[in-house]
Design a protein. Structure first.
Length: 428
């Protein structure tokens, strides 16, 4: 077991909330090319964005690309061990240097005219440089992009004057440090192309109000009614109780199928022989989950019991969704399409706590597919099924905009933050 000092558990006290109003969220912000252009100019180019996993650039020469809207950024580990980020474009004629994905190379060589760039972005060689009679600009280097790391991830911002990453993240590093993201292994990595605006997808994961309509199975093992919501500046959280049935089902006399199969079997308890009743499922699962973690060499001492099972669900503005549990987490990244506001890229990554005592685990390969071509499991498939249909409804003459209730106030908060970047024009 690790001797790491215990971290004080995340406080459960409710945050105070601003008055977010009751007006509709205009549908135009989901379908308008002009609104998408304003988002790009005033928001995407000014915020910190999760670019990729630090473990993907562990050795000198490792690199990956980060595609966001019309831009592509290369993140590379230099020969000196330092991380660098540059725009993925050769400064000669504008050719993309790297194909989307990951790789390893000593330099970046343009396949058009063979200009060669060092990993730190400096120019190594320009073919027939003497024929540039005007001379090459001194100190020519790839366009730099600001970079920082947190939680085992690399973050970038296109704004040279942006505040430091930890200041941007606010309370989240303190909340999430106890989960030790850097000790997790990536076990699934999928990108799906979806016919909806990126915000349509963010909205879908910013409330639990849809559970009873979209995920009836979840009602058997999670409480979609008593959900704590917290708003933290740009970001937000809800705590979704897991291991207890929804109050919508009333008093249950026996353990329902999904509560047994998902919760009990998930921690090694056979629901067929379990005698603790419905009320005994969560206490038994919590004890078994902590024991299982310790057996695998996981230091779970910083986590409150509920954090081992409950979904501590964070939205990191603008486009990261985290579903965090004691022994793993899901990460969703919602990326805008380069030209079409009614399309997006949905990145799904599944992480498992993987102590060093278990030895190295191979990184999951990245897969890309159209929606419906790859299943992400019954729950996420249900969510993604809704998205193109919601987007199509946005175009209807019979729909004015989002009519939200208090359970959906994280959506309203998200749009309030977006408006702060866009200015008063963004509100309509």
């Amino acid at each position: 077991m690790s001797s790491r000092p215990a971290v004080r558990p995340t406080p459960l006290e409710k945050t105070s909330e601003p008055d977010l109003g009751t007006e509709r969220i205009p549908k135009e912000r989901y379908i308008s090319p002009e609104f998408a252009r304003r988002e790009w100019d005033r928001m995407w180019t000014r915020v910190w964005l999760l670019a990729g996993r630090e473990a993907d650039v562990a050795a000198p020469g490792d690199w990956f690309t980060f595609e966001i809207g019309p831009e592509s950024v290369i993140v590379a580990r230099g020969r000196d061990g330092a991380l660098h980020a540059h725009y993925n474009v050769c400064l000669h004629r504008g050719n993309r240097l790297c194909e989307p994905g990951r790789g390893h190379s000593a330099t970046f060589t343009c396949r058009y005219h063979a200009w060669d760039w060092n990993l730190d972005g400096t120019l190594r060689c320009a073919t027939d440089a003497q024929d540039f009679t005007q001379g090459l600009p001194p100190g020519l280097r790839l366009g730099p992009v600001r970079l920082a790391t947190w939680g085992g991830f690399v973050w970038v911002t296109m704004d040279p004057d942006a505040e430091p990453l930890e200041a941007y993240l606010g309370v989240l590093p303190e909340h999430l440090a106890r989960y030790h993201f850097e000790e997790h292994a990536l076990v699934d990595d999928v990108t799906l192309e979806i016919d909806c605006n990126w915000k349509t997808c963010v909205d879908a994961f910013n409330e639990a109000y849809h559970v009873q309509g979209t995920h009836p199975e979840l009602l058997e093992y999670s409480d979609d009614v008593n959900v704590q919501i917290d708003l933290y500046g740009r970001h937000s959280r809800f705590i979704f109780p897991v291991g207890v049935p929804s109050p919508r089902l009333g008093r249950l006399s026996k353990v329902p199928r999904w509560l047994g199969d998902i919760i009990l079997r998930g921690v090694g308890i056979d629901p067929e022989t379990f005698t603790g009743g419905v009320d005994g499922v969560k206490p038994a699962a919590l004890a078994a989950s902590r024991a299982l973690g310790e057996q695998l060499g996981m230091d779970l001492s910083a986590l409150r019991d509920e954090q081992l099972l409950d979904d501590y669900h964070y939205t990191i503005f603008p486009n990261v969704t985290l579903n965090v549990h004691g022994r793993g987490f899901w990460l969703f990244r919602h990326r805008p399409h380069p030209t079409d506001p009614e399309k997006m890229l949905f990145d799904f990554q599944d992480y498992m706590r993987w102590p060093a005592s278990l030895g190295p685990r191979e990184r999951a390969p990245h897969r890309r597919d159209a929606q419906g071509g790859t299943s992400l499991g019954i729950v996420l498939d249900q969510d993604l099924y809704n998205l193109p249909r919601v987007q199509a409804g946005m175009r209807s003459r019979g729909f004015e905009g989002l009519l939200l209730n208090m359970q959906e106030r994280r959506i309203r908060h998200f749009h309030r933050v977006l408006d702060e970047y866009l200015g008063t024009e963004g509100r309509r």
